[in-house]
Design a protein around this ligand. Structure first.
Ligand code: PRT
Ligand code: ZN
Length: 284
């Protein structure tokens, strides 16, 4: 059985459980279980815990794999490896200073005091950039440190930036981009590797389909070649004659971005009755 460490209650929890559902892995107790939850139809058990403990638990082989923010993976610095970047819970780790403070570059922080909950990452990023600053570790509410004279700057997770702004800070430098990652121990998983390979196959199929739409439209036969150039699909579009002479139905796959980029062109070429549907899984 493969054991997967999942954040118990936080920003990663729902997205991790959604991913399992999209992979058609159903947990026995739905989302209600507090500590452990076995899958009904897959040889997997989810273990729930604080995200900070996940790298350690995977390293200690209590769990085989785990989902954690890359920031936590790097900060905890356990000897485990990233096996898949999952593309959700993206954020950045940035330096911020009081908004009225002048800032001309990272060298301005030389000799200054920076508050953070990520001292390892900060130290390594400052060393790379040849900046020597004093690192002040605080475990929460880092953004209030400058206003109470605890630090000159902060290094923290930023998503929209509104927390920094509402605390009178401005983001001046992004040192790291982060997203949720699937981690595993470095030693062999033995027979459980087969289950992990199956899980990764499913995750890849779901992620490939994530921004893709199934598109269906009607078009005059004379426009089919031009429309096929815009909608190449996986191999080529499916073109089927309509009962109305001189018209065909075109079926294909398109990314959300390409759909909005090309919809006007498709209409100009004579496309009518355009429908799109979400795609659950895609295997190339
Ligand atoms: O209780 P536990 O220890 O398990 O959870 P936690 O409180 O340590 O972590 P949690 O659930 O807050 O976040 C889990 C992971 O989500 C983080 O490690 C990041 O990888 C990722 N993530 C993505 C974020 C954010 N976005 C985010 N915005 N983690 C935290 N934030 C914070 C940020 O620090 C700021 O204070 O949310 C606040 C709002 O951000 P703005 O910029 O949108 O205002
Ligand atoms: Zn945490």
């Amino acid at each position: 059985m493969l054991t997967l460490a999942v954040q118990k209650s936080g920003r990663l929890t729902d997205k991790t459980l959604n991913l399992l559902e999209e992979c058609d892995i159903k947990l026995q107790n739905g989302r209600k279980a507090k500590l452990k939850n076995r899958a009904k139809n897959f040889d997997l058990e989810a273990l729930f815990m604080r995200d900070d403990d996940i790298p350690e638990v995977v390293f200690d082989e209590i769990a085989d794999i785990g989902v954690v923010g890359e920031n936590v993976f790097l900060e905890k610095d356990r000897d485990v490896k990233i096996i898949k970047r999952l593309g959700f819970s993206s954020c950045r780790l940035s330096l911020a200073v009081p908004k009225e403070q002048e800032y001309d570059g990272i060298q301005d922080l030389d000799g200054k005091k920076i508050a953070t909950s990520y001292p390892k990452i900060l130290k390594s990023e400052l060393t790379k950039r040849k900046v020597k600053a004093e690192i002040h570790v605080i475990s929460g509410s880092v953004e209030i440190a400058p206003s109470i004279d605890l630090a000159d700057a902060v290094f923290d997770i930023v998503s929209t930036g509104s927390t920094l702004r509402s605390n009178g800070l401005k983001e001046v430098e992004t040192l790291l981009e982060s997203e949720a990652v699937l981690i595993a121990r470095k030693s062999s998983l033995g027979e459980d590797q087969i289950i992990l390979d199956e899980l990764l196959f499913r995750i890849n199929s779901v992620m490939k389909a994530a921004d893709k739409k199934y598109i269906l439209l009607n078009a005059p036969d004379s426009a089919i070649d031009a429309i096929s150039d815009i909608l190449p699909g996986m191999k080529s579009p499916t073109v089927m004659p309509l009962a109305k002479e001189g018209w065909s139905s075109v079926h294909s796959v398109i990314s959300e971005e390409d759909f909005w980029k090309n919809i006007k062109k498709l209409k100009e070429l004579g496309a009518e009755g355009v429908l799109t549907f979400p795609i659950e899984k895609m295997i190339l």
